[in-house]
Design a protein around this ligand. Structure first.
Ligand code: NOJ
Ligand code: CA
Length: 569
């Protein structure tokens, strides 16, 4: 297909509208829950806006930036953990679930943020870390204190196989054994993540009850829902059999192992069903979002409760946005899977978060990064999916990895250096303007250094550039809100003979059709979407060649990695 532009229309490939039939989702916007059409914006609170000059972002900083988020078109913010924490895992190790870490502010600051967000019709979603606590949480301190402590069974304690030998070969996601010996009671405890993050024992009903009470505390404070951290890891196989050892070693130098005894055990679905029933007793369409890295769409469907729709409303689809290569065929298949294989549930695509190098870094070719990023934005906002974005995506913030082990803040990067550099690279401070610390803080010393490109890549500069990523995001988000087909329309993948172009249509309740086409190649492509009509009015187009206002659907030109969204006339 690489020469298709050179041979012009002869190489045009028809995209047959009679192609893949996606499940139609007909809905009335007015009765839909808010999250179905939402743009959800993930805030990594340490890195978004510092309000008190200590070089660390905080709640009052988020409040100061709500007008910006409103203007961008955000419906909800998900804030990564802000609870008291020893900060080994920067907040994912919680020592008190019902308070705010003083570094981020107070409960009063939180309430003010909620009230200011509400004024702007922005909802607030909390991060619920259910799998583990901090080892400094009073529950764990009690549990570790003696084998007969009433909280002993709140965590997973076992004898070793022999002196110095853990109970089995299970590995932590952050490297090395998942068991830590505690000399206080001569037993090991299990930790799926860092040593300082002991796993709770979800087979003990008291744990479920304590955690549900914690969720109620925040629901009563008015939060719109939760993002459930690492939720497939809640249960482990009670047999404690060894995991199967696979060939080779991982980035930490440990043997590769399967994780089937440690993750995604069926028992978790009972907990989620009960949690959903509890959350549904609150008014206002509270939402449960899952951090669900799963092997395939069939597994993903289970997290919705399949056709029963009684589990999470929005388990994250990591199939599309974390597909390893920018491959049109794979993307087409995965987008279509999300339309056809989740039994009428609502997809939630995710391209970026605080745990992975940003998508521009993962998919960029060094030449067309901006066009590629605009194309990914098109997939995020112009499919039927609820859109989850990460702070800084809208300005194409870079991924800035540490260059030496001494600079690394994320412990994973210290254990794994140099193969695994940790997650500092995607957590650098938000770039607001060209002033000190990019406007993130008045302090020139910030908890992670500001990325060196901040004078060119920032909100202020990009606001003035009509071709910027920021203005592309604003345009797509506004279109998604105002155009009935993009807001609420059914989605049908258009089968393309052109391997390089992924295309789909959205049909509004009134029958108006919008077509979307994305060129996954570094060469221009010409395609035909003639089954949809003869001509269309361009709503948005990206790439170097400016699209005309009216385009012929018979021969639609797409520049390298270009995309077009057009309403059929
Ligand atoms: C997933 C979170 O996103 C990540 O940042 C954290 O380290 C682990 N879960 C453990 O809580
Ligand atoms: Ca601060």
């Amino acid at each position: 297909m690489k020469n298709s532009s050179a041979i012009g229309c002869l190489a045009c490939v028809l995209i047959w509208l009679s192609g893949v039939q996606a499940v139609a989702q007909s809905s009335k916007a007015s009765t839909d829950p808010w999250w179905k059409h939402a743009v959800i914006y993930e805030i990594y609170p340490r890195s978004f806006q510092d309000s008190n000059g200590d070089g660390i972002g905080d709640l009052n900083g988020i409040t100061q930036r709500l007008d910006y988020l409103k203007e961008l078109g955000v419906d909800a913010i998900w804030i990564a953990p802000i609870y008291p924490s020893p900060l080994v895992d920067f907040g994912y190790d919680i020592s008190d679930y019902q308070n705010i870490d003083p570094m981020y502010g107070t409960l009063a600051d939180f309430d003010r943020l909620m009230a200011e967000a509400k004024k702007r019709d922005i909802r607030v979603i909390m991060d619920a870390v259910l799998n583990h606590t901090s080892d400094k949480h009073p529950w764990f301190i009690e549990s570790a204190s003696s084998r007969t402590n009433p909280k002993r069974d709140w965590y997973i304690w076992r004898d070793g196989k022999g002196p110095g030998q853990p109970p089995n070969n299970w590995l932590s996601i952050f490297g090395h054994s998942a068991w830590e010996f505690s000399p206080q009671t001569n037993q090991y405890y299990y930790h799926c993540f860092y040593i300082q993050q002991p796993d709770l024992n979800w087979r003990n009903p008291q744990v479920e009850s304590a955690m549900f009470n914690m969720l109620r505390f925040w629901l009563e404070r008015g939060v719109a829902g939760f993002r459930l951290d690492a939720v497939p890891t809640l249960f482990e196989d009670p047999s404690l059999k060894d995991e199967k050892v696979l060939p080779g070693t991982d980035k930490f130098g440990d043997p590769n192992e399967s994780r089937v005894l440690q993750e995604n055990l069926p028992e978790v679905h009972g907990v989620i069903q009960r949690m959903r029933a509890m959350v549904d007793t609150y008014s206002g369409d509270r939402v449960l979002i899952g951090e669900t890295y799963l092997p395939n769409v069939e597994e993903l469907d289970k997290w919705y409760g399949g056709a029963k729709h009684n589990e999470l409303q929005l388990p994250m689809d990591m199939q599309v946005g974390f597909e390893p290569k920018l491959d049109a065929k794979e993307f087409r298949k995965r987008i279509n899977d999300a339309e056809t294989k989740i039994q009428g549930n609502q997809p939630l695509f995710v391209f970026d978060n605080h745990d992975n190098p940003r998508s521009a870094y993962r998919y960029g070719d060094g030449v067309h990064n901006k066009a590629i990023d605009k194309m990914l934005g098109t997939i995020l906002f112009a499919t039927r999916s609820t859109a989850l974005m990460y702070y800084g995506d809208e300005i194409e913030m870079p991924t800035t990895e540490p260059t030496s082990k001494e600079q690394v803040k994320d412990p994973e990067g210290i254990t794994g250096w140099p193969k695994e550099k940790g997650r500092d690279g995607e957590r650098t401070p938000m770039q607001w303007n060209s002033s000190t610390s990019a406007g993130f803080s008045t302090n020139p010393q910030t908890w992670l250094p500001v990325a060196p490109d901040y004078k060119q890549v920032n909100v202020e500069v990009e606001s003035r550039d009509p071709d910027s990523m920021l203005n592309w995001y604003k345009k797509l988000i506004a279109l998604r809100r105002s155009n009935p087909a993009l807001h609420d329309g059914n989605m049908t993948m258009l089968e393309s003979g052109n391997e390089q172009v992924v295309a789909w249509s959205r049909t509004a309740p009134d029958g108006k059709v919008v077509v979307v086409a994305c060129n996954f190649a570094p060469e221009p492509q010409v395609v035909s979407l003639q089954g949809a009509g003869k001509t269309a009015r361009t709503l948005a187009a990206s790439g170097r060649t400016a699209q005309k206002d009216t385009v012929s659907l018979n021969a639609l030109s797409l520049p390298p990695y270009g995309t077009i969204i057009a309403e059929v006339k």
